[in-house]
Design a protein around this ligand. Structure first.
Ligand SMILES: [Zn+2]
Length: 657
């Protein structure tokens, strides 16, 4: 079959019911997979029973003999799963506590029973107790350009220890809940040599990777429950038996999750073409305005600087305290924020989480990177944008904005990188579950964001915006790798700056993303002394000599500024030199040598030196040693004063950068 026909088929393959509609006029993505699920929540048993029809289009030329499915909820089935081995602890000891997904029937389009051919596999760690990935050898391989159809009945038991997904009393957050295809990657995709399924287990420190899909999900819950989902609600029908069915559809999203709870209050707002729905517990009602303001800031900023948000709806929830474990997670058109009731206005946690989780609609939702293997492309890039948005709209005080104390979101995040004792334990080249000593968050979020801010400092914000606009244009609704992102950076910087930074910026990424070194530039000393008179032998043209003293003007000074690179990372830096007559010079240093001296002779004296005065280099692990004031003095009190003064300079900047 022809691929164009397949895309059309993909659009139509899900049975069209009354009230069904196509949400966007033409598909945003190739729609390689699609799911139609009837889901029934049993709030007593804490289960969801599902009837699923799904398809996978083999858009490659490969003949594919098997399919791989994620069965994520099995991560909560015992304390020996890979998820709990990595996380520590246990899902609980009572049957009520455990989570699992059981496939009760599985057939192909010819009615072949595929269950006997299903085997649990653990491609990441060979853990025999992990059942979060299943492989099914098909009776007949799926030929290139052919489509596989599946029908399945399954039961999903939600866990009580909510980590993204689960239940607490009558609160349900239903995520990673249905059998889901891995991603089949043909040769050449993301640097692959041979085609194969990319289907990792459920890890403690990893998110997900999947194709953009069409979802049609009918959710049946008790009539008094409020439902929010990643789909648009097409209809809500009273079943006359104390339950209702919410019919939803979503297009071109990478995952479908939903939440149901009788305690939600529903708030609505709009932004341009987007109808926004916010679900809050009553005790957080006063936060509705703050959440809406934040999400609209993010919508506007990302549209302007990255690309459009293409869906016309968006739903988000700030879960009740008992469901906090479901907070701060993203499913593209549905996300969860996080807060505590009564949180003061000057602590911008709810705004920050809302901006962050919404941002994932772009970085992993639209540009769907492999979060298992390259987590920084998702969390690092998204944190970078979160910090830019927060500090742009909340006055460079994007995390604490108190009249007496302000901290920018960017500075807060950077501090957890520079203060980490394990900041050199790994590089950002690692798979998300392989980061040692609890470094996953610091590496994937904080360090990666600091790297991108540093790149912004070098090439400028407008160039970075253009990098991301191009990244969006080229990779929206596809699956780029780190190499693909860096290619966009290289091409854009070359286009906008010529070879000012070299023929490419690979040298930057090799040191920062793929290296383990640190960056630390510091001022060692400022020396000011009077230019000395000449004393000694003067040699005449005829080789005779005589003793001479040549007087110099009293006002002439000789100054030396001594700088040093202590880290392995070499980055260009600016150095601001201030003189006692008010003069300022902004020197440029390529940052490559271990030591660097700047020398001046004249009537003025150097009074202050600041390396990187605009804090462009967010990789520098110690800003305090970047500054030095006045001339050196060996008297301890004065030296102490100078140290305090340098720290004051740093903190004065810290609160406003
Ligand atoms: Zn995130």
């Amino acid at each position: 079959m022809k691929s164009q026909y397949l895309i059309l088929l993909a659009l139509l393959v899900i049975p069209v019911r009354a009230g069904s509609q196509v949400l966007v006029s033409s598909p945003l993505s190739p729609r390689i997979t699609g799911y139609s699920i009837d889901a029934v929540l049993d709030p007593q048993a804490k289960t969801v029973n599902g009837k699923m029809k799904a398809y996978w289009v083999n858009v490659t030329d490969d003949s594919v003999p098997d399919i791989w499915l994620h069965l994520y909820l099995n991560a909560f089935s015992s304390n020996k799963t890979t998820f709990y081995r990595e996380k520590g602890g246990s899902p609980g000891s009572k049957p009520d506590d455990l989570g699992w997904v059981k496939i009760e029937s599985l057939t192909d389009r010819r009615g072949n029973n595929l269950l006997p051919a299903m085997k649990y596999v653990s491609p990441d760690d060979d853990n025999p107790d992990d059942r979060s990935v299943a492989r099914i050898i098909l009776p007949q391989a799926v030929a290139g350009k052919d489509t596989l159809f599946l029908e399945a009945e399954f039961e999903s038991k939600l866990p009580s220890d909510i980590t993204r997904t689960g239940y607490s009393k009558d609160f349900f957050f239903v995520a990673q809940w249905f059998p889901k295809f891995g991603v089949y990657e043909p040769p050449g995709m993301r640097g692959r040599r041979e085609g194969g399924w990319n289907c990792h287990q459920f890890h403690a420190n990893s998110e997900f990777y999947s194709n953009h899909s069409v979802y049609e999900v009918n959710i049946t819950v008790p009539a008094g429950y409020v439902v929010g989902s990643g789909g648009i609600t097409l209809a809500e029908e009273d079943n006359g038996d104390g339950t209702k069915t919410v019919r939803t559809r979503a297009e071109d999203i990478v995952d479908f999750a939903w939440t149901a709870w009788p305690g939600y209050k529903v708030f609505t707002d709009t932004w341009k073409h987007v109808n926004i729905k916010l679900l809050l517990p009553a005790e957080k009602s006063n936060l509705a305005e703050r959440h809406f303001t934040a999400v609209k800031y993010a919508l506007g900023y990302l549209e302007e600087n990255v690309g459009p948000y293409p869906w016309n709806y968006l739903t988000f929830a700030d879960p009740p305290v008992m469901g906090t474990g479901a907070g701060g997670m993203e499913y593209t058109t549905l996300f969860t924020s996080m807060s505590v009731p009564g949180i003061p206005d000057y602590i911008l946690l709810p705004e920050m989480v809302t901006v962050h989780e919404f941002g994932h609609a772009f970085f992993m939702g639209i540009i769907a990177t492999n979060e298992f293997e390259e987590p920084w492309l998702d969390e690092g890039i998204n944190s970078y944008w979160e910090q830019r948005i927060m500090d742009h709209y909340y006055g460079n005080a994007g995390i604490i904005n108190h009249p007496l104390f302000k901290i920018s979101d960017k500075s807060m995040a950077r501090s957890s990188y520079i203060a980490s004792p394990s900041r050199q334990a790994a590089s950002n080249a690692g798979y998300s579950w392989n980061y040692p000593h609890g470094t996953y968050s610091m590496m994937s979020y904080m360090k990666a964001a600091a790297i991108l801010h540093t790149l912004t400092g070098m090439v400028g914000e407008e160039t970075m915006n253009e990098v991301f606009r191009e990244y969006y244009r080229k990779w929206a609704f596809r699956h780029p790798s780190a190499g693909d992102f860096i290619d966009v950076v290289n091409a854009t910087v070359l286009k906008m700056h010529g070879d000012r930074f070299g023929s490419d910026l690979n040298w930057f990424f090799e040191q920062t993303i793929f290296g383990t070194g640190i960056c630390d530039y510091k001022v060692i000393n400022i020396i000011n002394r009077k230019a000395e008179e000449f004393q000694g032998l003067s040699i005449q043209p005829d080789s005779s000599f005589f003793v001479e003293r040549k007087k110099m003007p009293d006002t002439l000074n000789y100054s030396v500024v001594q700088l040093q690179r202590d880290g392995e990372i070499q980055l260009p830096v600016e150095v601001l030199i201030r003189f006692d007559n008010g003069d300022e010079i902004l020197e440029k240093w390529d940052g490559k040598s271990r030591v660097k001296d700047f020398r001046y002779t004249g009537k003025r004296k150097v009074t202050q030196v600041k390396i990187d005065p605009e804090y462009k280099n967010q990789m520098d692990i110690n800003f305090i040693n970047n500054s030095m004031a006045e001339r050196p003095d060996r008297k301890p009190l004065k030296r102490l004063f100078r140290r305090i003064f340098s720290i004051m300079i740093f903190f004065m900047d810290f609160v406003i950068i």
